[in-house]
Design a protein around this ligand. Sequence first.
Ligand SMILES: *[C@@H]1O[C@H](CO)[C@@H](O)[C@H](O)[C@H]1NC(C)=O
Ligand SMILES: *[C@@H]1O[C@H](CO)[C@@H](O)[C@H](O)[C@H]1NC(C)=O
Ligand SMILES: *[C@@H]1O[C@H](CO)[C@@H](O)[C@H](O)[C@H]1NC(C)=O
Length: 235
Amino acid sequence: MLLLTGAALIAGASVVAAQVDHGKLTGTWSSKGNYTVTGPGFYDPTKDRLNEPLHPGISYSFTVDGFYESAYYRAIANPVSPTCPKAIMQWQHGKFQKLANGSLVMAPIVEDGRQLTSDPCNYDNSIYTHYNQSELFERYEYLIDPYHNVPRLNLYRFDGSPLPPLYLVYQPPNMLPTTTLHPKTTATGRSKLKRSLGILPPSPVQPTNAWIDADRWWWFGVGVTGLGSFLYFCC
Ligand SMILES: *[C@@H]1O[C@H](CO)[C@@H](O)[C@H](O)[C@H]1NC(C)=O
Ligand SMILES: *[C@@H]1O[C@H](CO)[C@@H](O)[C@H](O)[C@H]1NC(C)=O
Ligand SMILES: *[C@@H]1O[C@H](CO)[C@@H](O)[C@H](O)[C@H]1NC(C)=O
């Protein structure tokens, strides 16, 4: 069953039966250049760490049975100091549903989402937090890109504005396990997850000390090494 939890958005909306053919959506999609791709290369759940891709980009993965994963790495231009863009990495996974009216609703697993923001010119530390944002895509289009001759996915945000075109990178999709990776944290703030997901490339973003556990949210300082590619722009 494709029952969603915590998705007030879809309450009352008529939902296509669970066995709906998500065929065309199935796979891993990435914006131009394939720099940002879902899966363990982007988010390492064992170390609980986001790995900065070479360049900004967006990636979505969808399974045939209603699971999704999303990865965003964006730089936000600073018109006052062009060499000081802010950068944001966001990772989520959960379930999605296609509504009868053609919209897609993404309901993330609230414990698992992660966000890393960096503002290198205003402070030395990046900010690493939980991230939980359900999404509605008003509609989507599948096509064979006329220039690159590869499958392409156009996603339109809730307000109708398009995401950059996404191109098919992997089929079947390249994703982390679709189950909850970080079951509710204990009073000490430690994750119960002990399972290793294998050897992963080292991250340029090195978390350091200083856990401040405040219920669902935490912050810790990360070194500024590797922030060079935050100077690229995207989207
Ligand atoms: C489809 O239904 C959902 C839930 O009612 C709504 O939020 C969304 O805007 C609708 N999409 C379109 C294209 O009308
Ligand atoms: C991105 O992935 C697709 C599918 O594997 C491949 O055809 C394409 O060449 C890749 N592009 C880059 C820039 O790596
Ligand atoms: C997660 O976000 C949704 C809306 O995006 C909200 O309804 C829900 O309460 C949030 N859950 C937590 C645990 O923050």
